[in-house]
Design a protein around this ligand. Structure first.
Ligand code: NAG
Ligand code: NAG
Length: 357
């Protein structure tokens, strides 16, 4: 009897394992298909190699970089010299002139938190380096900022929204609305949308963005952060399904950008990113991809419309050396969350370029 039960339990367990493996396969199928020209190649599996043609621009020659991302004063320079090498192909070289010709008259919008801002400024610098005499206009109006390359009619928008779903000031305080995206009206009419959210979902204490979280008619002081993130992201996915014509508007989700505040994750002698001067070798991060990255993959894999996952998590986890740490031009604190420009976000944009051109 006992052994019978054991056999049953074993069978059930085995079935579950197969099922899990199958689901995993489906997820990786779905997200693998960012192609590089004609070859199918997983651009997100690879390693960092020293490349003398990097960086792609100089911070002193780019007028769009915030002090926060400007590491011009950083004494060690090797971190600028790495390019991403996928295992089974080469990443397409970025060609700003070609991009401007191809995107003529188009509107590209980054939507998300300061990591979106990091990537938006990087792309503007990469383009500007190829046309250093171009006329540009920069505007800032509330949540919306833009950089226009006038002769080409190419506009790079940034819409700041830390959660993608709405956060609204009400009588009781700031309410994070997990099932509402009214602000999405500002994202219409674009040719490309690149979304990102995560970091603000983790904040606690005085840097927490909300007083209450609302889901349906339930209003709570707090809830499990991954659960909230998953619900909010699902609302975003539904918004895309209902509101974006992906024949006209290409949609990408920028994967989870990691932080490096815990040196023991990569067995470092320093307690965080401060003092790190080169990337980790190899192709995987000791602790693997975080739970939030799996939530992103799960939500995207359930979508009917085509959304490219720019799966930056692992390749960015390897760049313990690429944060401003104490060297940003703001000279405040130790930032192991954002990234120096030039630097890692330039690779995110190379990957975006590979997906969208
Ligand atoms: C990815 O590529 C495979 C093989 O070419 C194809 O069968 C699959 O439908 C593609 N998936 C997506 C989401 O485009
Ligand atoms: C989506 O956009 C394409 C290209 O502009 C257009 O032909 C098509 O009619 C649109 N579909 C819907 C449902 O609006």
């Amino acid at each position: 009897m006992g052994s019978h039960l054991r056999a049953m339990a074993f069978l059930i367990l085995q079935t579950m394992i197969y099922l899990l493996m199958f689901m995993q396969m489906c997820v990786s199928q779905q997200v693998k298909n960012v192609t590089n020209g004609k070859t199918k190649c997983n651009l997100f599996q690879g390693k960092w190699v020293v490349d003398s043609t990097f960086p792609l621009y100089q911070s002193s020659r780019c007028p769009f970089i915030d002090d926060q991302f400007n590491c011009g004063a950083r004494p060690d320079k090797l971190y600028l010299k790495y390019s991403w090498k996928p295992n089974s192909c080469n990443l397409k070289r970025f060609d700003g002139k070609r991009l401007l010709a191809k995107w003529q008259g188009k509107k590209i919008m980054f939507v998300g938190d300061s990591l979106s801002r990091n990537q938006w400024q990087s792309l503007a610098c990469m383009i500007y380096a190829s046309v250093p005499n171009a006329k540009t206009t920069v505007t800032n109006r509330g949540a919306l900022s833009s950089i226009i390359f006038q002769e080409y009619g190419v506009t790079l928008f940034l819409y700041r929204t830390p959660y993608l779903v709405d956060i609204v000031q009400e009588k009781i305080g700031q309410v994070l609305k997990l099932d509402s995206i009214k602000q999405g009206d500002a994202w219409r009419g674009m040719d490309m949308l690149i979304f990102n959210t995560w970091h603000w979902w983790t904040h606690i204490g005085s840097s927490q963005g909300w007083d209450f979280i609302q889901y349906g008619s339930t209003i709570a002081k707090n809830m499990d952060r991954w659960d909230a993130f998953s619900k909010g992201l699902t609302t975003w996915a539904r918004w895309v399904e209902l509101n974006v014509n992906t024949t006209k508007t290409k949609v990408a989700f920028q994967g989870i950008s990691p932080t490096h505040y815990s040196g023991k994750e990569w067995s470092s002698t320093s307690s965080n990113c401060l003092g790190e001067k080169q990337p980790l070798s190899g192709s995987s991060y000791p602790t693997g991809q975080p739970k939030e990255a799996n939530i992103v993959k799960k939500v995207l894999s359930g979508m009917k419309k085509k959304v490219y996952l720019i799966d930056i998590t692992t390749l960015s986890q390897l760049r313990t050396d690429a944060h401003p740490s104490t060297y940003s031009a703001t000279k405040s604190g130790n930032d192991c969350s954002h990234w120096c420009l030039p630097g890692l976000p330039d690779t995110w944009n190379q990957l975006l370029y590979a997906a969208f051109t």
